[in-house]
Design a protein around this ligand. Structure first.
Ligand code: NDP
Length: 332
């Protein structure tokens, strides 16, 4: 059994990842919170035996792996400490506040010989896996354009640091554009080389942060893509389309945490709905992570994938600031 320590008494762990760890045969041994009362309450509510108020105590406990889901500015130091302690690391996105820092995490994990994964859940969705397979099999010919619709309404209980704390890595680009970067790379099987972005503050974000973004991406293959990320659109649906020379893939309601949505393949012959696996996205990620610890394969999204997605987000923010297209150079 793989024994886990949670770094961060977070919503995402409570809503998804604790269940996913347990469903995949892992055991949650301890949680660390900066606030002892909240940590104790969180441990009690989630059936976790131990609660710690500092990282060294957690890392000294009898655990094999850590799940880092604190606010974004804390991931770097926590991951470096976990690597030094020889613990495998599943880290939330964005891995850090800069791709430079994220690369340090990849290097540290490699030196310590521990698994480092980025929790890009969307790769694990049946919809995105089916799209990737269809493209690989040539179902749409040569892909020439993609569109990602990933603007949502940030639920009230999450309207905290994401909207008002630049130091914690708030803003929609670090929150959602990273996921779109990873999903585009995964589904297309190609890397982006350049991005141009407009961002906005449409009424929810404060302190100079953005709550909406539209990005234009150029991929190495020549494909161009557009993506829309937002926190403020109460009535928008999510979706993902890839258009090729011989057909289009049109997915609805797929930029989400749940195994829902549909994918239609449209070609000269007509339309067909692709059969999708409906496995939990987080469960599948945890299954792959446990296997990687046992030496069987790679995690669903690696540390390098996390460097890539953050380098894309960084370039998008730089483009929005400067009004120019920016090259994406992850250096991995
Ligand atoms: P939360 O705001 O729930 O948790 C972040 C930190 O805030 C916690 O570590 C905790 O600190 C503190 N905190 C939590 N609840 C409270 C509270 N009621 N009062 C005061 N402080 C509190 O963040 P999320 O779960 O939304 O996000 C955490 C990380 O996970 C981020 O990096 C985010 O980007 C990522 N994420 C990833 C998703 C994915 O699908 N891959 C989805 C959602 C988030 P302490 O630990 O010290 O108690």
């Amino acid at each position: 059994t793989i024994r886990w320590g949670l770094i961060g008494a977070s919503n995402i762990a409570r809503e998804y990842v604790i269940d996913a760890i347990r469903a995949e045969g892992g055991e949650i041994a301890a949680v660390m919170s900066s606030n002892p009362e909240r940590g104790a309450a969180y441990a009690r509510e989630n059936g976790i035996p131990l609660a710690f108020a500092n990282l060294d105590d957690l890392l000294s406990a009898d655990i094999d792996a850590v799940y880092i889901s604190t606010t974004n500015e804390l991931h770097l130091e926590q991951a470096l400490a976990a690597a030094r302690a020889g613990k495998h690391i599943l880290c939330e996105k964005p891995l850090a506040l800069s791709s430079n820092d994220a690369r340090k995490m990849v290097v540290a994990a490699s030196i310590a010989n521990v698994v480092l994964a980025t929790n890009h859940h969307l790769r694990n969705a049946g919809a995105h896996r089916a799209m990737r397979e269809a493209i690989r099999a040539g179902a749409i010919g040569k892909p020439v354009a993609a569109r990602v619709f990933h603007s949502v309404y940030l639920p009230e209980h999450l309207q905290g640091w994401r909207l008002k704390d630049p130091a914690a890595g708030g803003g929609v680009v670090l929150d959602i554009t990273v996921h779109d970067a990873d999903t585009l790379r995964f589904v297309l099987g190609h890397d982006p080389i350049e991005i141009s972005a407009f961002t906005q503050a449409a009424g929810m974000a404060a302190s100079g942060l953005e709550d909406g973004a539209m990005c234009i991406w150029r991929f190495k293959s020549g494909l161009i893509a557009q993506s829309h990320e937002g926190f403020t659109t109460k009535f928008a649906e999510t979706g993902f389309e890839v258009h090729g020379t011989e057909g289009s893939l049109i997915a609805s309601d797929v930029m989400t945490q749940k195994p829902v949505g549909s994918v239609i393949l449209r070609t000269a012959i007509g339309e067909e709905e692709l059969p999708l696996e409906r496995e939990s996205l987080y469960g599948r990620a945890l299954g792959a992570f446990h296997a990687a610890i046992r030496g069987e394969g790679q995690p669903a999204a690696t540390g390098e994938d996390g460097v890539w997605s953050l380098a894309c987000a960084e370039a998008a923010l730089q483009s929005a600031r400067t009004g120019r297209a920016v090259k994406i150079e992850p250096g991995v």
